[in-house]
Design a protein around this ligand. Structure first.
Ligand code: HEM
Ligand code: HEM
Length: 184
């Protein structure tokens, strides 16, 4: 049965998911905007981001109910059902991730893994100075930052449309959908 966010506070994200999210955000943003790519910190922040994603994948099988892939994996059936819901004017808010949000999250995590792998290859003698690999690494990084910007913007917009504290819930773990009367 489909579970929806009720009008009372609901515990959704466990501490690991929240710690994972904001640590990943910090590593990615620092690596892209602050730390120089020749710096040792670049490699360590990059590996930390990669490690966080690997642990999150394991957590997707053994973690709390809404952290599990089985709860939100964007299957074609779930995506179709979500679109049908939107078309019929329904404003249903799933307790966990909505399937389109989940699609974006998987893309973001895949890009981080791609950066970890291409970055590691760049440190090997075999690929030292390989221009195509540097270009690939850079393209993955730019795509990650672009999609992350879209992802953050969607979280802000969807949170407003659905009157749900999506971003606050990633901080406190608790989701709350305000009833219409509470909206100014
Ligand atoms: C480099 C930047 C970012 C990356 C790589 C990223 C990645 C992710 C990932 C992988 C998840 C899934 C969490 C999980 O299930 O473990 C997620 C969820 C989420 N992120 Fe981000 N994120 C970024 C920036 C942001 C920012 C800046 C915001 C706030 C404006 C944000 C808001 C959220 C929210 C609200 C969710 C949960 C959505 C829901 O309730 O379904 N993210 N993000
Ligand atoms: C979140 C993960 C990462 C992000 C966002 C990221 C981003 C970037 C960016 C934007 C550049 C500059 C590209 C250019 O302008 O030429 C770069 C270069 C580089 N990165 Fe990463 N990176 C990440 C992870 C890693 C990892 C894990 C490693 C190594 C283990 C690594 C190794 C390198 C190397 C060696 C370069 C220099 C390549 C060149 O000379 O163009 N990166 N990275």
């Amino acid at each position: 049965m489909k579970q929806l966010v009720p009008d009372r506070p609901t515990r959704v994200w466990d501490p690991f998911v929240r710690l994972f999210h904001w640590s990943l955000v910090a590593c990615v943003l620092l690596n892209f905007f602050v730390v120089d790519d020749g710096d040792a910190a670049h490699v360590w922040l990059g590996y930390t981001a990669t490690g966080l994603v690997v642990v999150r994948i394991v957590w997707g099988f053994i973690g709390s109910p809404h952290a599990r892939f089985s709860d939100f994996f964007p299957t074609p059936a779930r995506l179709r059902q979500h679109v049908a819901g939107l078309r019929s004017g329904e404003r249903e808010v799933p307790v966990g991730h909505n399937p389109f949000g989940a699609l974006m999250m998987l893309a973001l995590m895949a890009l981080v893994l791609g950066l970890g792998l291409s970055g590691w290859l760049l440190t090997l003698d075999a690929y030292w100075g390989a221009e195509w690999l540097e270009d690939l690494h850079e393209a993955l990084a730019s795509t990650l930052i672009t999609l992350a910007g879209l992802h953050a913007a969607s979280a802000i917009v969807m949170g407003r449309l659905e009157r749900t504290n999506l971003i606050g819930a990633m901080v406190t773990g608790v989701k709350l959908r305000r009833s219409r009367q509470q909206v100014r």
